[in-house]
Design a protein around this ligand. Structure first.
Ligand code: 13P
Length: 284
């Protein structure tokens, strides 16, 4: 059936139509550009000093079964076991989507540093990421901003994705110093040299008072901190994601999925089913 135009289109109308088509096309392009600039999303397990070799392998077996049974996740998932199990886990999950990381590293390449592990040694066993400056390293093992900044820069230099942990203590929050502490801890990024500014960095906001307590930070507090971190970090680097860590469970993940780029999970990650559910909830 033919539809006949009942009126003629004026030049003005054609111009408006052309303008609208152009505007729509530009908008679409802009949205696509913003999409490609979106931060990558991660859900990472930090096993801390938990699980033996048998348990790490069993966890991986169960987690991978869940990962490949369900709908493919768009975000990246990873696991950081204790140093001595990294190699076995890496060999076990080769060719899968599970990243394997370390919980710590020293900044020097080699030498007389008893008990330490170098970036080269981590690269040697194909480690994908390394957690730097976790609050347990800061508070129990006395790591300060200077040491953490050397470790962070060394990971970047050796092309190991650094997961830089920052966060205030309960006392600092109560004294109204949260902003000051986060800005100080993040100022490490100002030392990133120009040629490394495009490298990927993950920042984990982990308020110390929420870690291992079963009481996560509220959505408002996380939002406020993540926004501050994004503003500060973008002054120094371009390619970064901001995760939250501190008593994450599947409910927390669902609640905060829109305000951060994923999570760094401790206690709940030890159970592959809980960890998978958390990853699913963060996967938007
Ligand atoms: P929890 O999830 O046990 O609070 O631990 C968080 C953490 O420290 C991850 O690095």
């Amino acid at each position: 059936m033919m539809v006949q135009l009942k009126y003629t289109i004026s030049l003005d109308q054609i111009t408006t139509l052309a303008y609208n088509i152009l505007k729509f096309a530009t908008l679409k392009l802009q949205t696509q550009f913003i999409k490609t600039m979106e931060a990558e999303r991660y859900v990472l397990a930090n096993f801390k000093m938990n699980k033996n070799l048998f348990e790490v392998k069993k966890w991986a077996e169960e987690f991978l079964a869940l990962l490949y049974k369900g709908k493919k996740l768009k975000l990246k998932v990873g696991c950081a076991p204790t140093f001595i199990y990294i190699k076995a886990l890496k060999e076990m999950v080769i060719g899968t989507d599970l990243l394997v990381g370390a919980q710590n590293m020293y900044f020097e390449e080699k030498g007389a540093f008893t008990g330490e592990v170098s970036p080269n040694q981590l690269k040697d066993i194909s480690v994908d990421f390394v957690i730097i400056g976790h609050s347990e390293r800061r508070n129990i093992f006395g790591e300060n901003d200077e040491l953490i900044s050397k470790k962070f820069l060394s990971a970047l230099k050796h092309n190991i994705l650094p997961i830089l942990c920052i966060g205030e203590t309960k006392e600092e929050r109560e004294k109204g110093k949260t902003e000051e502490v986060l800005i100080r801890q993040i100022s490490i990024l100002s030392k990133v040299r120009d040629e490394m500014k495009d490298k990927k960095v993950v920042i984990a906001y982990e308020p110390v008072w929420a870690i291992g307590t079963g009481i996560p930070a509220t959505k408002d507090k996380i939002k406020e901190a993540v926004e501050l971190i994004k503003t500060e970090a973008s002054k120094f680097i371009k390619n970064f994601s901001v995760l939250y860590g501190g008593s994450i469970d599947e409910k927390v993940a669902e609640e905060i999925k829109d305000i951060c780029d994923g999570g760094l999970v401790g206690t709940a990650s030890l159970d592959p089913h809980k960890f998978y559910k958390i990853a699913q909830n963060f996967d938007i």
